[in-house]
Design a protein around this ligand. Structure first.
Ligand code: PLP
Length: 475
């Protein structure tokens, strides 16, 4: 945001000082905890957005209680949460049906090691709901994507994985590359220290939605194992290139390439069949996580049986001479099929199946109203921001950073984690949505008064409207 000016003027300095004072008094215990453990805890989440002008405000809110759409911090402040466990909590914090199921299971011990029926039931439900043939469970989205890459490479006997700029697929080396133009042959270089060039040398990062990318894939087709899409990139929820993805489907079919959907955020959220359902395109492999675990750690790879069979050799049965195939990939993990996550997945998937598509439709409609109301306000008041959303995932979009806006929103009683995707869940009521809308309005008006956002051209001629009223809860 324009607010992080190198040399703030007097009005901006006064605003920053007042904000820092109110913010740090209200959330003093969160700040104390961040400082207390920094020497021991290497915490990447606690430094996102570091800037010397605002460093006194840089610490995560620490919570002591959560329920539904609300959390209470260690200072006793309550917030409407729109971070929602980074997109895992489609039903809010501690939905009763899930808490009851997990507690009932744990009453007989965690049972880590042996197999319980919940794993098979979760697999069957996931196949039934996605229409995909087989599934395997892991512990995170990163692990699911990494396993899916190995599967696609084994299945095709090829090495190159195509991804698209602006998408996110986790934190394993091959997806942490960025493209550099190099004539007709684009190259990929690592985005961080600690990643060797060789780790991204078989990754081709192209432009999403661009016809030219189809041509590049065509040119390299005999080396491409998989084309991987985050169908609606969470960092750009306005990008929904259905026709492009349909063209990818055709291209992959023609060249024997695996089309993989990363449904980590889109799975079950906008539609029971995720982005595949919204786009009407079937993936060969799809990866899931987040929502299906209801907040417990999980990842899943689902897909066509002929690809998934590379994990375990495929179907066989007792009493005849059937046997698993020999050619499988290496696939393992101490915590794969973790029983608590499997109970959670079985419970979440059963709930989603029983509620039917109305669950997503209602939540999408609530998010449409939220985004529409805020965008009308932003346009009318000439604030240089937009809300972009896909289903119940949304982002506040601005050409600069939004750090100060988010600090104001926290003061207004909305829990928002900087620079990330934001979510509505089924526990958010219409009143919660109105509360968040008011918080954004009040925060932006405060920032404008503080000289951090341009004035409204017509404002000098008109009296301040409803949007400048301040019903918020500055503590
Ligand atoms: N893919 C997408 C689209 C994601 O949004 C994320 C996480 O935010 C991941 C993969 C990685 O999942 P995880 O953080 O569970 O490893």
């Amino acid at each position: 945001m324009d607010h992080l000016v190198i040399s703030p003027d007097e009005r901006q300095r006064a605003h920053l000082a007042d904000l820092a004072d109110r913010y740090t008094r209200r959330t003093a215990n969160s700040k104390r905890l961040a400082q207390r453990y920094r020497r021991f805890l290497a915490d990447p989440r606690a430094v996102v957005g570091f800037h010397s002008a605002t460093k006194e405000l840089l610490y995560p809110i620490a919570a002591r209680r959560t329920r539904g759409a609300v959390l209470e911090d260690v200072d006793g402040n309550t917030y409407v949460d729109i971070t929602m466990g980074h997109g895992t909590l489609l039903f809010g914090h501690e939905p009763q049906f899930l808490t009851d199921a997990v507690n009932a299971y744990l009453a007989d011990g965690m049972r880590l090691g042996p197999r319980g029926e919940e794993t098979g039931q979760a697999a069957e439900l996931l196949c039934e709901m996605t229409g995909l043939d087989r599934v395997t469970f892991v512990t995170s989205g990163t692990e699911a994507n990494s396993g899916a890459f190995r599967l696609a490479r084994a299945f095709t006997g090829r090495t190159v994985i195509v991804t698209f700029e602006g998408s996110y697929h986790g934190h394993f080396d091959p997806v942490l590359g960025r493209p550099v133009p190099d004539g007709a042959a684009p190259r990929t270089v690592p985005i961080s220290a600690g990643i060797p060039d060789s780790a991204v040398s078989e990754s081709l990062v192209l432009t999403y939605g661009d016809e030219a990318s189809l041509e590049v894939i065509r040119r390299h087709a005999d080396r491409v194992a998989a084309v991987v899409v985050e169908p609606v990139p969470s960092r750009h929820p306005e990008r929904q290139p259905v026709e492009f993805v349909r063209a990818l489907r055709e291209l992959c079919d023609r060249h024997g390439i695996v089309l993989m959907f990363d449904e980590m955020l889109t799975g079950f959220r906008p539609h029971p069949q995720g982005a595949q359902g919204v786009f009407g395109v079937r993936a060969d492999l799809a990866t899931y996580g987040k929502v299906i675990g209801g907040g417990y750690p999980i990842g899943a790879i689902a897909g066509r049986a002929d690809i998934m069979d590379w994990i375990d050799g495929g179907f066989w049965q007792y009493g005849d001479d059937s046997a698993p195939r020999d050619d499988t990939i290496f696939f393992a993990g101490t915590y794969i099929q973790h029983p608590v996550s499997m109970v959670a997945a079985r419970t979440v998937l059963t709930w989603l199946r029983d509620q039917g598509p109305g669950l997503q439709q209602q939540l999408n409609a609530r998010t449409d109203r939220f985004a529409g109301t805020l965008n009308d306000f932003l346009a009318a008041e000439e604030f240089p921001l937009r809300v972009q959303h896909f289903g119940s995932l949304f982002r506040l979009v601005h050409r600069g950073d939004l750090e100060l806006l988010f600090k104001h929103m926290i003061l207004e009683g909305v829990h928002v984690w900087d620079r990330r995707n934001l979510f509505l869940c089924t526990a958010h009521t219409e009143a919660d949505v109105d509360f968040v809308i008011d918080a954004v309005r009040n925060s932006l008006s405060d920032l404008r008064r503080g000289g951090f956002l341009p004035g409204r051209a017509a404002a000098v001629l008109e009296p301040a409207g409803e949007c400048n009223s301040r019903p918020g809860n500055h503590g």
